[in-house]
Design a protein around this ligand. Sequence first.
Ligand SMILES: O=C(O)CCC(=O)C(=O)O
Length: 359
Amino acid sequence: MLQKKPQDWPEPIVRVQSLSESCFDSIPDRYIKPPSDRPSSSAPFDQSNIPIIDLRSLFGTDAKAHAATLAQISEACRDWGFLQIVNHGVSPELMDKARETWREFFHLPMENKQQYANSPKTYEGYGSRLGVEKGAILDWSDYYFLHYLPLSLKDYNKWPALPPSCREVIDEYGREVVKLCERLMKVLSVNLGLEEEFLQNAFGGYDVGACLRVNFYPKCPRPELTLGLSPHSDPGGMTLLLPDSEVPGLQVRKLDTWITVKPAPHAFIVNIGDQIQILSNAKYKSVEHRVIVNSDKERLSLAFFYNPKSDIPIAPAKELVTPEQPALYQPMTFDEYRLFIRMMGPRGKSHVDSLKSPR
Ligand SMILES: O=C(O)CCC(=O)C(=O)O
């Protein structure tokens, strides 16, 4: 396994937003995917969607309704690894404000954004590529990455100072989303047949890792040749994605097809990450997803990653290891795991699969 921290990008960084403004009918070769990886334009229009689950009963006193919601979540986690949640307790106004604030950020003049240009040492700041492999084919997106937790990594100076409300909005949004993640961790623990606090404790308590990646997908003159984000599973614990309210783009792999998610109004899209796959001994699986782009509308999404504390070993829960289902993974800290991924960039599910115990 690779252990050296990458120091710098292997090539000069080009902002996809600038390319989008200067390319009218072609895109640079660096963004053209091999034919088998391109979004298939011949896919039939598809009605299917990931499950949409109303969480209202989790906040009420009706035990039967509560149990029914838990059962729906359990089925979605097992069958899809992805679900949409509505009536989740985060205010729709805050969700809209978070999206709008970040849209304003990406529309600031380039020099305002460049002062936050990131490096692969920590990825914090304004970025345009994942992975440091020289000559890699790149994705059609820019992003902003920041730490919300643990408090030791939270650094307002690394968050944008503009638009003026940005830091305050991120703080409020982070607070509400963390509360929701803590609630979901209890639901997942109970659904796995574990103590309610099991997953939270396995993540190292409440000062966990939480970070935000805001993805900006500019318009693309040749969307059939590229992807906004290559297929990957999320390396962390659980992700709460706030998708664009107008423009679809997220696709989730279901067997051999890619399902385009149709976001419900003010829903969060929740997905299981590799660390919960490992802790659940693969009862729940992280699922590959990717993003397609389009020629007439930009797209913005906020991915909030809720992760274990970075320096504790993560291994299958003993309660879920049996003679019939032995431990599928060897223990590894999230720091070690993430470093491996940050070197390589998005690679489907090959990262978590490579942790499988030799048998
Ligand atoms: O933009 C999206 O809809 C998905 C983003 C995503 O998968 C990610 O940030 O890991």
